[in-house]
Write a protein that binds this ligand. Structure first.
Ligand code: GAR
Length: 201
């Protein structure tokens, strides 16, 4: 039986698309829900175009009441019966109570070589720190922000003249390789660490 995967997004959903595209081939998992916290998330249209059930739980009406937002999230997720939840550019902080409910089943992709640069503005911070390499990490989600066991990392060189935008643009294709590769392994029960470098590196 294929593992059921729910994907949570906030924006363009390019990582979600990479995951879904990989699951269209021979794969141990299948997408059962793409859920956004933002009605204008471009990923919702992309998922619908691929005939994947979509849902939106706008966080704004829940302002000041995170537990109520998460209760709505839980209701939508529970109905989809996911075995695995992939956070793919989901830009809401989740409380430990919510995370505990799905612990061991929830993955996230973060645009830095964790544990460096948790949180936001990772590309700028990598440049400010004078890094020679930058990268992304797929990890299990625990109560610690951008913490949790690392399942895979991809690295790229930082080049002279890089800006946060050029770094982000060069890193994104590596995210699209790393996340599907980790999900495929995770769905088969393989939690060993994966490392990807650009071809020729
Ligand atoms: C990706 O770069 C992802 O690593 C990042 O948001 C982007 C989403 O793009 N995630 C985070 O910053 C999480 N803290 P996408 O919507 O095109 O996949």
């Amino acid at each position: 039986m294929k593992k059921r995967v729910a994907i949570l997004i906030s924006g363009s959903g390019s990582n979600m698309e990479a995951l879904v595209r990989d699951m269209e081939a021979d794969h141990p998992a299948e997408p059962v829900l793409v859920l956004a916290n933002n009605p204008s998330a471009g990923g919702l249209t992309k998922a619908a175009a691929r005939n994947i059930p979509t849902a939106c739980i706008d966080h704004r009406p829940y302002k000041g009441n995170r537990p109520a937002f998460e209760a709505a999230l839980t209701e939508a997720l529970t109905a989809a019966r996911p075995d695995i939840i992939c956070l793919a550019g989901f830009m809401r902080i989740l409380t430990p109570g919510f995370i505990t409910r799905w612990q061991g089943k929830m993955l996230n992709i973060h645009p830095s070589i964790l544990p460096l640069f948790r949180g936001l503005h990772t590309h700028q911070r990598a440049l400010d720190a004078g890094m020679a390499v930058h990268g992304c990490t797929v990890h299990e989600v625990t109560g610690e922000l951008d913490g949790g066991p690392i399942l895979g990392q991809a690295v790229i060189p930082v080049q002279a003249g890089d800006t946060p935008e050029t770094l982000a643009a060069r890193l994104l294709p590596m995210e699209h390789k790393l996340y599907p590769a980790v999900l495929r392994r995770f769905a088969m029960g393989d939690r060993s660490k994966l490392m990807l470098a650009p071809s020729g590196a």
